[in-house]
Design a protein around this ligand. Sequence first.
Ligand SMILES: Cc1cc2nc3c(=O)[nH]c(=O)nc-3n(C[C@H](O)[C@H](O)[C@H](O)COP(=O)(O)O)c2cc1C
Length: 314
Amino acid sequence: MRKKDHINIALKDKTTKTSLDNYRIDYNSIPYFGISEVDTSTTICNQKWQYPFFINAITSGGEECNFINKQLEEVCEICNIEFFAGSYSPALKNEEDKKCYPKNKSINIGLDKNYSTVLKAIEEVNPKYIQLHTNPLQEMIMPEGDKNFENWLNNLKVISTKTQVPIILKETGFGMNNKTIELAIKLNLAAVDISGKDGTNFAKIENSRTKNPSPYLEEIGYTTAESLEIAKNYKNKIDIIASGGIRNPLDVIKCLALGAKAVGISRVFLDILINKGKEELIAEIKKWQEELKYIMILTNSKNIKELENKIRKI
Ligand SMILES: Cc1cc2nc3c(=O)[nH]c(=O)nc-3n(C[C@H](O)[C@H](O)[C@H](O)COP(=O)(O)O)c2cc1C
């Protein structure tokens, strides 16, 4: 029920303006090459992806949410983009949810879970990546949230030393500061997903579920652009993934120009799937794949590396 609530509330809130609107990418009146020369591939956690954007953790557990995941997985397969399912937590409690969780892709698990739980999940899913998500503010506002954070740091340390699978430390829409990124580097994590405060806001979602809301808490966190400006100082030490409020291919390009190696989308793609259906989502993703190339041509960038820094604040 909670997962379904999250989806319904998240979809009511459309992203209009974001921090990325304060940036302009390079535009060249004379393009130097044609579309067949553009390479959109990227490398994340030492794995090559054909496209630099992906569907980021949304949901799991329960018949309806598992069906959403199944459809998202199929869409990603057809479009040749990566799919990251939502939290593995429901599968830890329920055999049916376990069967429905995508195998050999990724697991998404919260930092409240200890190493033995993560190991169990790894054995069950055989993932290519682990997204360790962090969401303390959501837990604080969520009526049924866990308020005991004393083990989170230790869980992160133990999981990172004992696990061979590449770990992505993932925010959930509140952005990251330098201390969090430095910690991820110190622990030799493969990547951080800075998931900034520009799109889905779980403080807002939980405020609308509680009898005693505190709207001012929705202001806490860093925007996607703020987080990327911080993260770009570390891009040679850890892979940077951007997410939070991504609306279109231009936003993807802006994040890449600001130093991200890949960009995650949750709400915008979920919205299309729920309100228009799977075929529309496939068509939209294919359109994004084509238009990414158009924008790369306009910036005279043959590949993702050449996009770097071709952006300025306005
Ligand atoms: C309905 C919904 C459920 C989500 N569930 C998870 C989750 O289980 N694990 C997680 O790490 N992030 C979860 N997220 C957060 C997203 O992965 C992402 O970090 C955040 O929504 C910002 O991206 P967006 O603005 O594109 O939605 C969820 C987002 C939505 C909209």
